[in-house]
Design a protein around this ligand. Structure first.
Ligand code: G16
Length: 542
């Protein structure tokens, strides 16, 4: 085994990052310029081989994507057996393995992790993987496969997938034939499950008007086209026009389109030219984020981001739970991050009267917190999130004997939502269907949805700094502990603005810091964001 790993590793050398710098398993795995990733991906393959054996030979997933990042980047992340993100303790092992200085050290580390964690290397191992549309994905898949071969791990290549599809497949594979079977282990199984749940969740209602879906020129485009073959327009009213679905020109990926563009620039993608009054939404490059938007003929651009999707879903599900008379039985809660607009937090707490948790950025943190509720709604403001139903909640929807037609309708829709909403991770396609279902139930336009509350104007700024790791935070990333003195300066600055709030943190997916600011007016929010960004730059360059 040692010789095999060493020989294979020689074909996938790790590129040294320079004095004192390490590859780190961050918010979404390893993510960087694609030309640095060959050796990293090979080593992640070794980690996945170990992880599968540690998890009683269950299938582990590996996704090759850089999501919303530019086309020249790529990334690799590991999916645990129930389709969730890799267990946090293992992130440290991933970092250790990837940074092993030589091929021989790497093989030794592989063995030592196995010994340390009582992993039987002779047990069978199983890994499935997929990739987004980036051309660099081909080579990285080959590197991954070499690691799986060198460790005699059974490997299945699902080729092009959205990130949430891979998460779905991992869970399906590991629950196949059990009472918790999640679905058929195939891409078709995913489409069948969603299209069937969509019809049940609509309960005879229909979506109205056209929906334009911007797929960021990423893998979401072909997959959405595929999904639509499974949907009856007559039964659902779903009338989708797919745009920005060019996967033949790799450089077009996430360029001036997609969920990240819309959220950070606060404007619609310039192409195709937006039609005023038409309901639109944007996926990101691997289709795990969703942002709704439209151009109002009178008031201009309006965006409904992850906070809005979260409050819409929470209010809809809370109403259904009340109609099903289960409010004393099931606890529903919402999880956000510091990026959540202050107005959304107030709306959920005061108007919906639901408990809220706040975690650091990264869906893995939100997911974990959401599991504490029977129904846990979690979304990041960037449109990444989902709704988790506990096994108890799903059983209750199924087993409660309805006492009235209204209660039966509520129970049926709740059960259908449990199938419609991806239980493994945020999923733009599944979230979009949920939003369409809710709008159809409420008979709402995007404007009706937008009127539920008014967002505080906000601004997100990306700041290049010499060493982003010098920025360390506490209190769910709302305050900086390092560089020393910077937080005091930010506090002084914030105190000058009406309803001002701002924070800075190091990105987990890019070599930069991010600054968020909100305030009572647009100009105050912009001004505050720029002032805090200047402070970050100044301390970052010290
Ligand atoms: C990833 C994570 C998200 C996170 C985002 C940005 O998203 O999965 O949870 O919000 O990165 O993180 P950061 O601000 O640390 O760069 P994606 O869609 O890029 O996989």
């Amino acid at each position: 085994m040692d010789e095999k790993i060493i020989a294979a590793s020689k074909r996938h050398p790790i590129v040294p990052l320079g004095e004192g710098r390490l590859y780190t398993y961050g918010t979404a795995g390893f993510r960087m310029k694609a030309d640095l990733l060959d050796g990293v991906t090979f080593r992640v393959g070794l980690l996945a081989a170990l992880r599968s054996r540690k998890m009683s030979s269950k299938a582990i997933g590996v996704m090759i994507t850089a999501s919303h990042n530019p086309a020249a980047d790529n990334g690799v992340k590991v999916v645990d057996p129930m389709g969730e993100m890799l267990e946090q303790d293992w992130e440290g092992l991933a970092t250790k393995l990837v940074n092993a200085p030589t091929d021989e050290d790497l093989a030794a580390q592989y063995k030592s992790i196995a010994q340390q964690l009582n992993i039987n290397l002779d047990a069978p191992g199983k890994v499935i993987y997929g990739r987004d549309t980036r051309p660099s994905g081909h080579g990285l898949v080959a590197a991954l496969n070499d690691a799986l071969e060198a460790t005699s791990t059974q490997a299945t290549d699902f080729k092009l997938l959205t990130t949430p599809q891979l998460h779905y497949l991992v869970r399906c594979l590991n629950t196949e034939g059990t009472v918790n079977a999640y679905g058929a282990v195939s891409e078709a199984g995913y489409y069948e499950k969603l299209s069937e749940a969509l019809v049940r969740a609509l309960g005879g209602r229909k979506a109205s008007g056209q929906l334009v879906v911007d797929c960021a020129n990423g893998v979401g485009g072909p997959k959405l086209h595929e999904f639509l073959k499974y949907v009856s327009k007559d039964k659902t009213g779903l009338d989708i026009k797919v745009v920005n679905d060019d996967v033949l020109h790799p450089e077009a990926l996430n360029l001036d389109c997609g969920a990240d563009f819309v959220k950070t620039r606060q404007k619609p993608p310039p192409s195709p030219r937006p039609t005023p009054g038409v309901r639109s939404c944007s996926f990101d490059g691997d289709a795990d984020r969703l942002i709704y938007h439209w151009l109002d003929p009178e008031t201009g651009f309006f965006m409904l981001d992850g906070d809005r999707i979260s409050s819409l879903a929470a209010s809809f599900i809370a109403d259904l739970i009340r109609s099903a008379n289960l409010q004393d039985e099931l606890r529903i809660g919402v999880v956000q991050t510091a990026y959540a607009n202050g107005a959304s937090t107030a709306y959920i707490e005061k108007h919906l009267q639901l408990p809220i948790g706040c975690t650091p950025t990264g869906v893995k943190h939100l997911h974990h917190e959401a599991l504490k509720f029977d129904v846990g709604v979690y979304f990041e403001a960037n449109g990444h999130g989902t709704v988790l139903f506990s096994p108890h909640a799903l059983r209750t929807f199924r087993d409660t004997q309805p006492q009235s037609p209204a209660q039966k309708d509520a129970l049926d829709v709740l059960a259908a939502c449990g199938d419609l909403i991806n239980q493994t991770v945020g999923d733009a396609l599944s979230d979009m269907l949920l939003v369409e279902v809710i709008l159809a139930h409420k008979n709402w336009t995007l404007k009706d949805w937008a009127l539920t509350y008014s967002d505080l104007p906000n601004r997100l700024v990306r700041v290049e700094v010499a060493d982003k790791d010098a920025f360390r935070t506490t209190d769910a990333e709302r305050r900086l502990t390092h560089p020393v003195g910077l937080q005091d300066k930010i506090d002084q600055c914030v105190s000058k603005y009406t309803r001002g709030r701002s924070f800075a943190r190091a990105s987990g997916t890019e070599n930069a810091c991010r600054v968020y600011a909100e305030a009572a007016t647009r100009s105050e929010a912009d001004d505050l964001a720029n002032k805090v960004a200047q402070l970050v730059k100044q301390y970052g360059d010290m």
